[in-house]
Design a protein around this ligand. Structure first.
Ligand code: UD1
Length: 428
């Protein structure tokens, strides 16, 4: 059921564990194709993007077994080099299968997924890096075909530190001969996690988390077993939910060290936050306050994936805030939905000016994208009366049981709407 109905103004209290990280697990699943054996991943989140990646791997011939949050991928034998079009359309990050697949099989085919609601999101950086590695990449219409007879390590440079292009290059280079140095690469935590995972396979890497990564391509030696870290964006979303309801929550299993910018922003809004090991406690103030200016940046700056959720928080903060989006050109669609709930937001040149504190009121709104949908659910928790967030299928791509988790923290939240075909089949 794709709609979520929320009764606002109920403070959230309690404790929860963060789910495994979506953006960390997807590249690891893609990288499992480099290994002619079995990969075991632990703490895998039960979300739709993971289901989609499972579909891609199975269509390529890998055997994937799942039990709860444990997943085994046996990629000893692959029988196709084509990433199924069905999945390409469902998930943009299918592009990150291209690098490891061509490294493994010498050939890979995918399709260009086109634009999406947060921006155009081209794949030109991915294609350029693969070409620089000596891979022939042909683009015909939407079709992208990559062929590598001999892939040699070399020096690569990104013109912008794209997360996905860095991951693709790291995985393709792991299958190339000799050493590759990737400069101006992304420093996001998910890249550090990917490199640690490759090390478990026996592939040596240096410099992950800095702007230069070096790795020597070689055959994977070991069957890796890796525990996926907690999801810093999902954890940040629940903290924001507690903040806007005047609640107090504790989240465990969180990569606290990856969340500094988010915690700084929530503290700037007046929240009291304490951290210890892998736990975060948040106590909301009586009244949230505005943030005069904040912009999204590449890591370690404030993450673009938290922008929509913070926008909701700022609608509740007394005073005027400015929030600039610098990574994705179309990420303010959620602002239009928040206006329906009584928010005062003006967006100009990718900067939102928010006059907050007057209160939100329940309404029917539509999730346009994954993080925007989560931001609307958070807005529903803050608003007076009932809110219906339609099309929460977007949210289920990345959040495990969001309605259920919020209910356990005391919220009045329920799934409504007609069942999807898949849900009807599962029941019938
Ligand atoms: C990843 C994350 C996403 C996050 C984003 C930025 C995953 C599965 N997704 O997405 O949640 O919001 O990082 O932290 O990990 N660009 C190009 N050409 C390219 C590639 C990117 O122009 O070939 C542009 C994009 O349109 C965007 C910017 O570069 O404007 C950053 O994108 P990128 O870092 O690549 O994001 P993703 O890897 O797609």
């Amino acid at each position: 059921m794709n709609d979520i109905q929320i009764l606002g103004k109920i403070p959230l209290y309690g404790e929860m564990a963060a789910q495994g990280s979506k953006n960390a697990v997807l590249p690891m699943m893609a990288a499992s194709l480099l290994h002619r054996g079995t990969t075991t991943l632990l703490n895998v989140p039960c979300i739709q993007d993971v289901d989609c990646m499972v579909g891609i791997l199975r269509k390529l011939g890998a055997k994937v077994y799942r039990e709860g949050r444990e997943m085994q991928i046996d990629a000893s034998c692959l029988d196709s080099c084509e990433i199924s079009l069905d999945y390409v359309q469902k998930m943009r990050s299918s592009i990150m299968v291209l690098g490891p697949l061509v490294a493994r099989l010498g050939q890979a085919v995918t399709h260009y997924p086109g634009g999406c609601s947060i921006g155009k999101r081209p794949v030109d950086y991915h294609v350029k890096l693969l070409r620089d590695l000596g891979i022939t990449v042909k683009e015909e219409g939407d079709r992208i075909e990559a062929k590598a007879d001999h892939c040699h390590g070399c020096e690569l440079r990104l013109c912008f530190p794209s997360v996905g292009a860095t991951e693709n290059a790291v995985m393709a280079a792991a299958g190339a001969e000799g050493e590759t140095v990737i400069r101006n690469c992304a420093r996001e935590p998910e890249i550090v996690e990917l490199c640690r995972f490759l090390e478990c396979m026996g592939i040596e890497t240096k410099g992950a988390g800095t702007d230069t990564i070096c790795l020597r391509g070689q055959k994977s030696k070991n069957d890796p077993v890796y525990r996926v870290c907690g999801d810093r964006i999902a954890a940040g979303t629940y903290l924001a939910a507690a903040a806007v309801t005047g609640g107090h929550i504790r989240i465990t299993d969180v990569p606290v060290y990856y969340m500094e910018a988010t915690l700084r922003a929530l503290r700037a809004c007046g929240c009291q936050i304490m951290t210890e090991n892998d736990c975060i406690h948040l106590s909301a103030p009586r009244n949230l306050t505005a943030i005069p200016y904040l912009e999204t940046e590449v890591y370690p700056g404030f993450p673009t994936d938290m922008q929509s959720v913070l926008l909701t928080v700022l609608c509740c903060g007394i005073g005027e805030s400015r929030l600039r989006e610098t990574i994705f050109e179309g990420r303010f669609e959620t602002a239009a939905e928040l206006l329906r709930m009584g928010a005062d937001i003006t967006v100009k040149d990718n900067c939102a000016v928010v006059k907050g504190g007057a209160g939100l009121s329940g309404s029917t709104v539509r999730a346009r994208d994954l993080r925007g949908g989560a931001a609307l659910i958070v807005a529903g928790l803050a608003a007076k009366g009932w809110t219906v967030v339609k099309d929460c299928g977007h949210v289920d791509r990345g959040y495990e049981d969001i309605a259920d988790n919020l209910r356990k923290l005391g919220a009045e939240v329920r799934r409504v709407g007609t069942k999807t075909k898949e849900e009807s089949r599962a029941v019938g």
